[in-house]
Design a protein around this ligand. Structure first.
Ligand SMILES: Cc1ncc(COP(=O)(O)O)c(C=O)c1O
Length: 387
């Protein structure tokens, strides 16, 4: 059996030799790496009501306050919880605080890219509530009139927005009206689009949601982690009560330090980055659509992702898995559910999509593009951080 560090080094080498187009992933800067590998990585700090159960925590306490303050500045919410270990745990913490056993939520159907964790078999069953699908139209977007009717009948405690396949902002004003009329909470899972929201290029009216939560590492610049944001003091108190000793004990202080550095990078570069990510995804869709069909032609996307047309791929003898394996054998990494994402390549300095589009098309049509990928990767250079 090999040494673990050899595996780690091989993984590092492999991932820096390919073009990564997975919509759920990103790269972290050297500064974030430094933070997550710091001494904080093996320390404890439990700061509750001004009292800490541990000693030696002077800097951990300063860090916790600083990261929360920077998150409030970046997103413009008056409360920020930065300790949760992932997007899923952020969601679980919010749901545990705001939805009681026996109550219901409405969430986006899995069939249109809603997050699997909100399906009845997962968080709802574990936490004793029931989940219903938000009705959608033929294109997979929310049917707002249908939602209004069903909300009257289901009386959900929370409407959980956000998706894993996520190309378009919601009509949040309309959902706000529905929730005001039917006394529900708007929970917005921004896992996929946290960096685009931070850069003010997606769901610009995000403050109409009651509580926003999600991952720190998809379009955001962080290491893996979770964020929770709200203006509602009462909700925030209940959320805070569900962190220590409920959803977590230690919160991986070094990870939070990494998130803090990522927040600083976002404050400085987020707008430029998010604009370029969205432009890149749309340009990429336009460039490949003549040869590989992309959904939602002609606008394709308003986010970091584009979605391949699975039916059309089938007609060409492909499915998403075969497409992904074909790409990876050429050094291009995409997921196995048909999404192509531009967050990481944008962070890696790529602004011109023409060569990437050409390599995807050629690989799809059976030409070996490994050498072109190698050359392309050698010219990529990470940006948006302080060295
Ligand atoms: C919409 C959505 N919510 C939550 C999660 C879970 O995020 P994490 O992996 O950070 O726990 C995901 C993961 O892909 C997601 O797509």
């Amino acid at each position: 059996m090999r040494n673990v560090l050899e595996i780690v080094e091989d993984a590092d080498k492999y991932r820096s030799s390919v073009i990564n187009l997975q919509a759920s992933e990103n790269v972290i800067s050297p500064a974030v790496r430094r933070a997550i590998a710091s001494d904080f990585a093996s320390r404890y700090s439990h700061l509750e009501n001004g009292v800490n159960d541990y000693g030696g925590t002077k800097y951990a306490e300063e860090l916790e306050n600083a990261v929360a303050e920077k998150a409030r500045i970046l997103f413009g919410f008056s409360h920020a919880e930065t300790r949760t270990l992932s997007g899923h745990i952020a969601a679980m913490t919010v749901l545990a605080a705001l939805v009681k056993r026996g109550e219901s939520i409405m969430k986006m159907p899995e069939s249109v890219g809603g997050y699997t964790g909100y399906s009845n078999a997962y968080l709802p069953r574990m936490m004793g509530f029931k989940a219903y699908d938000i009705p959608v139209d033929a294109n997979g977007f929310i049917d707002y009139n249908g939602l209004e009717k069903q909300a009257e009948y289901i009386k959900p405690k929370m409407i959980v927005l956000g998706q894993s396949i996520f190309v378009k902002s919601y009509d949040l004003s309309r959902i706000r009206e529905i929730c005001d009329r039917h006394s529900c909470i708007i929970g917005y899972d921004a896992s996929h689009v946290m960096g685009l929201i931070a850069g003010k290029q997606f769901q610009r009216d995000i403050k109409k949601a009651d509580v926003v939560f999600g991952s720190t590492h998809k379009t955001f610049f962080g290491p893996q982690g979770g964020l929770i944001l709200t203006d509602n003091e009462g909700m925030f108190k209940r959320i805070e009560e569900n962190v220590t000793w409920r959803t977590m004990d230690n919160y991986n202080i070094a990870r939070m330090a990494g998130v803090g550095v990522a927040i600083e990078e976002m404050i400085k570069y987020g707008q430029d980055y998010a604009q370029r990510v969205i432009k890149n995804s749309r340009t990429l869709a336009e460039a490949i659509n003549g040869k590989i069909r992309v959904k939602h032609d002609p606008w394709f996307t308003e986010s970091h992702q584009i979605l391949l047309d699975g039916e059309w791929l089938k007609s060409q003898g492909y499915d998403y898995v075969k497409f992904s394996k074909t790409m990876e054998s050429n050094g291009i990494v995409v997921d196995r559910i048909g999404r192509i994402g531009t967050a990481e390549i944008t962070r890696m300095g790529v602004d011109d999509m023409s060569e990437i589009a050409s390599m995807i098309i050629d690989a799809f049509e059976g030409t070996d593009v490994k050498d072109r990928v190698n050359k392309f990767v050698r010219n990529m250079k990470m940006r948006y951080y302080e060295s």
